[in-house]
Design a protein. Structure first.
Length: 215
DNA sequence: CTTTGGATCGTCT
DNA sequence: GACGATCCAAAGG
């Protein structure tokens, strides 16, 4: 229970679809790790052979194997030599697709999250980015392949009945160089934990004429 | 508030 | 050998 609401697992059938359909439906769901609970407020789609920005673009490797697993697994990867990031795996087995969890609104276990993230000065610094979210919840490579529906490794994806936003924010993905124009990021409009709010300007190489700006 | 550069290492070329 | 699905502190306005 969160407050007076009962938690219900997400259905695996919902997650088995095209991540482009699944992603906006994951907004406002809950990620539960022991005492720590966050509401997912920002996500990004990564697909397979048709997505040059995806780890799965060039086929299965040891690192990305979980992306080819059944829907409902957690794909956790290590990047920039120091950060972990987590995805919800979509599609049936052997077909790559996932939704990156980019930001969450802290609901429960805020003190544990703050202890795990000493750099965070404000509540909205706890989970406002894909690596921050993992650090706050204690998610690491040890959780790669966890089943979010059975909770075999202590992490669950649930809903408390809050519907996804009717008119979610939508725009280009963050931090990639290939296929950077595809609007495959979704967020809960107005939520202070969204990592790159609508209207924020992104860094662009100086002197690039007509450089796209994220809206 | 914004911008800039450094940290740091597994993965794939 | 190059490059990240990033974050943070420091410096400047």
């Amino acid at each position: 229970m969160i407050g007076r609401r009962r938690l219900v697992p997400i259905s695996r059938r919902l997650l088995a679809g095209d991540p482009l359909d699944v992603a906006p439906r994951l907004l406002n769901t809950l990620l539960v790790c022991g005492e720590r609970v966050v509401r997912i407020v920002e996500v990004e789609v990564y697909r397979g052979a048709d997505d040059p920005a995806s780890h799965a673009f060039r086929g299965a490797t040891k690192r990305n194997a979980t992306m080819f697993g059944p829907a409902g697994l957690l794909y956790v990867y290590f990047t920039y030599g120091m950060h972990w990031c987590a995805n919800v795996v979509c599609r049936p087995e052997k077909v790559a697709g996932a939704v990156l969890l980019r930001a969450g609104a802290p609901l429960c276990g805020l003190e544990e999250m703050a202890a795990a993230r000493p750099a965070a000065r404000r509540e909205r610094d706890l989970c406002s980015g894909p690596a921050k979210l993992c650090q706050a919840l204690g998610i690491t490579g040890a959780h790669d392949g966890a089943d979010l529906l059975t909770g075999d490794l202590g992490i669950r994806l649930c809903t408390d009945g809050t519907e996804p936003p009717q008119d979610p924010g939508n725009g280009p993905r963050i931090g990639i160089t290939r296929a950077a124009e595809l609007p495959w990021r979704w967020w809960v409009p107005g939520d202070p934990n969204v990592s790159v709010p609508a209207g924020a300007r992104l860094r662009q190489p100086a002197g690039v004429a007509g450089a796209p700006v994220v809206s």
